[in-house]
Design a protein around this ligand. Structure first.
Ligand code: A3S
Length: 147
């Protein structure tokens, strides 16, 4: 999994069109979303993650919690983003991983939103620009190597 973490004044999105034949079903309310004072986490779930999705979920939660505590963010925006890797996991696996990460972060006490999966979306982001405001992380299942 590849993550780009942006500590932001806000992130807002608007769904524009389907990017998959069968995108995640969403309500009218989910077509737009915004969080203020948020750690935006753009995530590409990768092929290698399919060997142990549960482990990837836990490793991602550890990394996100670590960065959130460093930048003192208690809101997280989980953002599916297929542009951080050339070896993407299948959509059904990727969606499950992202849904689980969302659920686990809520269990850890964060306010969490997740952008809809399988769509083209317009988004606006205001990066805070401090030294820890732009970070990336790569996570692999045990036994795999980072390519
Ligand atoms: N392995 C994967 N990891 C993360 N997201 C993935 C994925 N496979 C599919 N998606 C989702 O489907 C849209 C089309 O690829 C993706 N859409 C996007 O990435 C938008 N920024 C528009 O390009 C995303 O919602």
């Amino acid at each position: 999994m590849r993550m780009l973490l942006i500590h932001s004044d806000y992130l807002e999105y608007e769904v524009k069109d389907k990017a998959l034949k069968n995108p995640e079903p969403i309500s009218e309310e989910q077509k737009k979303g915004r969080l203020d004072e948020v750690l935006a986490v753009f995530m590409s779930v990768e092929k290698a993650d399919e060997t142990n999705p549960d482990e990837i979920v836990e490793k991602a939660v550890v990394e996100i919690k670590d960065v959130a505590s460093q930048v003192k963010a208690d809101r997280i925006f989980v953002y599916p983003f297929a542009h951080l890797s050339s070896e993407l996991a299948k959509p059904d696996v990727a969606l499950k991983v992202l849904q689980k990460i969302e659920e686990r972060l809520r269990e850890e006490g964060f306010e969490v939103k997740r952008a809809p999966f399988g769509y083209y979306k317009a988004f606006r982001l205001s990066c805070k620009g401090h030294p820890l405001a732009e970070l990336s992380r790569t996570i692999v299942p045990s036994g795999e190597t980072v390519s």
